[in-house]
Design a binder for this molecule. Structure first.
Ligand SMILES: [Zn+2]
Length: 198
């Protein structure tokens, strides 16, 4: 796992070595197995989100889909977010499979895309806990964080969980908008220069 962490933090540190070490320790692998999913079964047809008139066959019992994306996911075990393409995610959600899952898992399910292939939580000294997820696009990291309620400081943020996007090559937030505490988080994000999967 340390190998994976190192590759996630592949950029040569621009600051002292001690800082690199600290940064490495701040990234904690996050479980993408969803043990508390409500069992659902049967077959569904789900419309393609990008090609009008195209439908994919989804099996809820076996957690399979006939879409091209699922070919990259079929080796992941059942009940892993990494196995679920957009269509499986939508079908499982429609059937109420996610009713009792944890709030971070719920936020991943509601993000509106296929499940991530890797995920880490990260927290800095003065910030909230963030969840970083990475999918098939090697240039983007999804950053889930809490929004701020009225009067809260960034590290106190207790609002609903929202997803933000970080572009690795351009070292910027999608739409120029990061979560509360983004300035501190940015110092860690700029150290990530590529995502490698093993
Ligand atoms: Zn699919």
């Amino acid at each position: 796992m340390r190998k994976l962490l190192r590759s996630l933090l592949g950029r040569q540190p621009r600051t002292r070595r001690t800082y690199e070490k600290r940064a490495d320790d701040l990234f904690i692998p996050f479980q993408l197995e969803c043990a508390d999913i409500r069992p659902v079964s049967g077959d569904r047809q789900i419309a393609s989100f990008t090609h009008p008139g195209v439908f994919y066959d989804v099996s809820l019992s076996y957690q399979t889909c006939s879409c091209p994306d699922f070919l990259h996911r079929s080796d992941f075990p059942a009940n892993s977010f990494s196995r679920w393409c957009k269509h499986l995610m939508a079908a499982l959600s429609d059937e109420g499979a996610f009713k009792n899952i944890g709030e971070w898992h719920k936020a991943i399910a509601e993000a509106g895309h296929g499940g991530p292939f890797s995920a880490f939580t990260v927290t800095t000294e003065r910030s909230q806990v963030f969840l970083l997820t990475a999918g098939r696009n090697p240039d983007w990291i999804n950053v889930l964080g809490r929004t701020r309620r009225k009067g809260e400081q960034a590290h106190q943020a207790s609002g609903s969980i929202r997803e933000f996007g970080w572009c690795i090559s351009e070292r910027r937030w999608s739409y120029g908008e990061g979560p509360p505490g983004a300035r501190e988080l940015r110092r860690l994000m700029v150290q990530i220069n590529e995502i490698q999967y093993f």
